[in-house]
Ligand binder design. Structure first.
Ligand SMILES: C[S@@+](CC[C@H](N)C(=O)[O-])C[C@H]1O[C@@H](n2cnc3c(N)ncnc32)[C@H](O)[C@@H]1O
Length: 219
């Protein structure tokens, strides 16, 4: 999806709150020399929302977080790629790459849904997601583990810094409403390690945010 304006273009936004009233915002390249720096504040998606279709064959609706992240990243898990899915049970995230022909190592203390346990592209590893290390780099790290935010953030930083994965989608889960400040380290570390890094509260997120992006080839 192309972004709505280039470096030397201005931006006019109109929000109608009723047929007679609304807000008009003008970002003029003649008075503001770098309007493109605001590009990240403009969503290319209508109302900033990405509706994800229902898929009743998936074990749960949790796959919507993964698919929404893919759309926002404009990168999609595809046939022949390799994924590690940490905290994978019952398997809604694993279901997406397996359905597309990608290989998945699914790690959890609990098993996946029966059909996914038998899926030829899925290898289930029972154990601690924080102790798991792949035998070589993988295309995608997927992680939806229920854990303290500090642990999930450190796991992500380690995986990307050590180049165990190229692309990643990781959920950072919160217990209360005061933990959002804990994201500061992630916000400062990840841009140094990544070509693309997003940290967002997705339409599909509950009390959590999603970190997704593409690691640098060389850090
Ligand atoms: C929200 S669920 C994951 C849902 C999954 N993404 C899906 O789409 O079906 C979180 C999972 O994390 C697992 N989990 C929590 N701590 C873990 C750990 N230390 N190691 C492995 N799995 C863990 C739980 O067993 C649970 O299945």
């Amino acid at each position: 999806m192309s972004l709505p304006f280039q470096a030397q273009e201005g931006l006019v936004q109109l929000l109608l709150t009723s047929p007679e009233t609304g807000y008009l915002s003008i970002l003029d390249p003649l008075t503001d020399q770098t309007p493109s720096q605001w590009i990240g504040t403009v969503s290319p998606f209508l109302k900033g929302e990405i509706p994800i279709a229902v898929d009743k064959a998936a074990p749960s609706r949790a796959f919507a977080k993964l698919v929404e992240s893919e759309h926002r990243l404009e990168k999609y898990i595809s046939q022949g790629q390799s994924c590690v899915d940490l905290g994978a049970s019952p398997g809604s995230w694993t279901y997406i790459p397996a359905q597309r022909g990608a290989q998945v190592i699914a790690v959890d203390r609990s098993p996946l849904r029966d059909d996914l346990m038998r899926h030829p592209l899925v290898k289930f590893v029972q154990g601690d997601a924080f102790q798991f290390a792949p035998s070589g780099p993988v295309d995608w790290l997927l992680c939806d583990v229920i854990a303290a935010p500090e642990r999930s953030m450190q796991l992500l930083i380690d995986w990307v810094r050590e180049r165990r994965c190229r692309q990643f989608v990781v959920t950072i889960k919160f217990r209360g409403d005061t933990e959002y400040t804990k994201l500061d380290e992630l916000k400062s570390e990840m841009p140094k390690l990544c070509e693309v890094f997003h940290l967002l509260h997705l339409c599909a997120n509950k009390n959590e945010v999603s970190a997704f992006g593409i690691g640098r080839r060389s850090v």
